[in-house]
Design a protein around this ligand. Structure first.
Ligand SMILES: Nc1ncnc2c1ncn2[C@@H]1O[C@H](COP(=O)(O)OP(=O)(O)OP(=O)(O)O)[C@@H](O)[C@H]1O
Ligand SMILES: [Mg+2]
Length: 242
């Protein structure tokens, strides 16, 4: 579903991606783990075509998106739902206005239909009767759920999550993890989650990719990762980073 080949990206003199390869299979949830500042958000932005690489290729469902026109890229982006680092919700708008945003912008569905879809997606993330609340009245965990509902509103085939548990109250973190896993299993999507937290990675992943020095240094199943945790942390992460 996602195939990245030999990706390079520099900002100024600073090389963030240095020949990165990664394949995410259809229906799989891949967690990419790496310390703060290593390039996780930059990688996600490449996958949805918000940033273009200096060289290398990114195939989405077999199509190389690195040389597409803006018009074709826009079409490809409909395959994606993205939960941005920090949520990126409109704080002064209501839950309904936030979740419905893509529908109002990109479809000509009736208001009645939009209300029905918003209610359905909010139901999927475990929220009921909060359509009229403003985002700035909600807790961190509730905001994440709204961001998730917004990410799935156009029925994406791929969901990208940038640090979904960061900024969430400790008591709500497992709740968000369960929700990510639950959506994965119910919607049969392909997902990529980036995080710097291995414990959260274990709770949602099928496989875990270790980001190191601008590349994916290892990919392991959750079981294997648990077995080799000490070794991998020592080698690639520097324990203090986690
Ligand atoms: N548009 C940009 N222009 C210049 N430098 C950038 C740009 N975007 C990212 N960078 C740099 O690329 C590096 C990787 O940034 P990125 O945001 O991907 O890290 P990250 O792994 O997501 O970190 P965090 O865990 O803190 O979110 C950083 O050094 C950052 O300053
Ligand atoms: Mg980031």
């Amino acid at each position: 579903m996602i195939k990245i080949q030999n990706l390079y990206k520099k900002f100024g003199g600073h090389e963030v991606l240095s020949g990165l390869d990664l394949e995410v299979k259809s229906g799989e949830l891949m967690v990419i783990i790496g310390p703060s500042g290593c390039g996780k958000s930059v990688l996600l932005k490449h996958i949805i075509g918000l940033v273009s690489p200096d060289s290398g290729a990114i195939f989405i469902d077999g199509i190389d998106i690195t040389n597409l026109s803006e018009a074709k890229l826009k079409k490809i982006r409909f395959l994606f739902g993205m939960v941005f680092q920090g949520g990126a919700l409109f704080d002064s708008l209501t839950v309904e206005e936030n979740v419905a945003f893509g529908l109002r912008l990109h479809t000509d569905k009736s208001e009645e239909e939009i209300r029905r879809i918003v209610k359905e997606k909010l139901g999927l993330v475990g929220l009921e009767n909060i359509e009229d609340r403003r985002i700035d009245e909600l807790s961190g965990g509730m905001r994440k759920r709204v961001a998730l509902a917004r990410a799935i509103v156009m029925n994406p085939r791929i969901i990208l999550y940038d640090e979904p548990t960061t900024g969430v109250d400790v008591a709500m973190i497992d709740n968000v993890n369960r929700l990510i896993r639950d959506l994965q299993d119910r919607l049969k999507v392909t997902s990529v989650v980036v995080t710097h937290d291995l414990e959260n990675a274990y709770k949602v992943a099928d496989r875990i990719a270790v980001f190191h020095s601008g590349r994916i240094a290892r990919i392991e199943t959750v079981e294997k990762m648990r077995e080799m945790e000490e070794e991998i942390l020592q080698k690639y992460m520097g324990k203090s980073a986690l």
